[in-house]
Design a protein around this ligand. Structure first.
Ligand code: 8IG
Length: 272
């Protein structure tokens, strides 16, 4: 067993120290986790000051999914109130990879230990709500966990009432009033849902379904960071259109929406 499993918080602290050494920045202010299709949105942030494989920091696993980068970038973003240091993770570890919760939340824990007070979690997902269009970004208002797994161990009874910070959602909507909000379901995967499961999830109050974000949101919130979640609707959920779901469709939706999302991110990061 590695340190990550026996001492996840300690490993995140060590990774944050290494990050400070590699970047020469004693702390970072905000972190973004870029899901499938969002990687090109990161390019809208400009040129990073540093870029390196996530595996250069202790506790990070090599990526396993095409289009999930496993790369960390550090940016100096100039805004009205000076420079902010932004940490960007291109790619993430998912629960369906079977390595447990610790690697899934190691990035956000490292970010919080590096000083980040706000964490932006992006993902690509299936749209359950019939109002959503493919290529549309939706703000996560709340979630339903269908994995029955938590990144927290022990008597850590955190309140999740305002997990997806209302304050930050209002800032983002002030930038783009056309953004909708929805309830995201975490489905373990790696198989997508059946059409019957989508009807079940809609009945339960779900708008969006995907295989990430929820553990990271909980872990970040438990360490005191504010969380913004944004889902890119990359396909209509199973059984809604008669089409089968494909990873290629997901990547194409991301490419098409990257400009709008990159612009949105670069506008709001200074205001968090
Ligand atoms: I992209 O339809 C993407 N990720 N569970 N269901 C689930 N995850 C997804 C989907 C989807 N689309």
């Amino acid at each position: 067993m590695s340190d990550l499993y026996t001492d996840p918080i300690g490993t995140a602290t060590t990774a944050a120290t290494r990050l400070a050494e590699l970047t020469g920045k004693a702390k970072h202010d905000v972190a973004l986790v870029m899901g499938s299709g969002w990687i090109s949105a990161a390019d809208a942030l400009g040129t990073p000051t540093h870029e390196f494989p996530a595996t250069d920091l202790p506790g990070f696993l090599a990526p396993t999914v095409a289009g999930h980068g496993g790369v960390i970038r550090s940016y100096d973003l100039q805004g009205a109130h000076g420079t902010i240091h932004a940490l960007v993770f291109l790619g993430r570890t998912h629960l369906y990879e079977g390595k447990g919760m610790e690697p899934v939340v190691h990035g956000v824990r490292t970010a919080v230990k590096a000083g980040c007070k706000a964490i932006v979690l992006t993902n690509a997902c299936g749209g359950i709500n019939k109002e959503y269009k493919v290529g549309e970004p939706v703000l996560i208002r709340d979630h339903i966990s269908m994995t029955a797994q938590s990144p927290l161990i022990g008597a850590d009874f955190v309140d999740l009432t305002d997990l997806y910070s209302k304050r930050i959602r209002e800032i983002v909507k002030a930038e783009d009033a056309s953004l909708k909000e929805g309830v995201y379901v975490h489905w373990r995967g790696p198989a997508y849902e059946t059409p019957a499961e989508i009807i079940m999830l809609r009945t339960l109050g779900a708008d969006l379904v995907g295989m990430s974000t929820v553990p990271e949101a909980i872990a970040a919130h438990a360490l005191g960071a504010e969380v913004l979640g944004i889902s890119l609707v990359s396909n209509a959920a199973a059984g809604m259109t008669g089409e089968k779901l494909s990873h290629e469709e997901v990547m194409a939706a991301g490419k098409a929406a990257a400009g709008r999302m990159g612009e949105l991110l670069s506008k709001v990061l200074h205001k968090l």
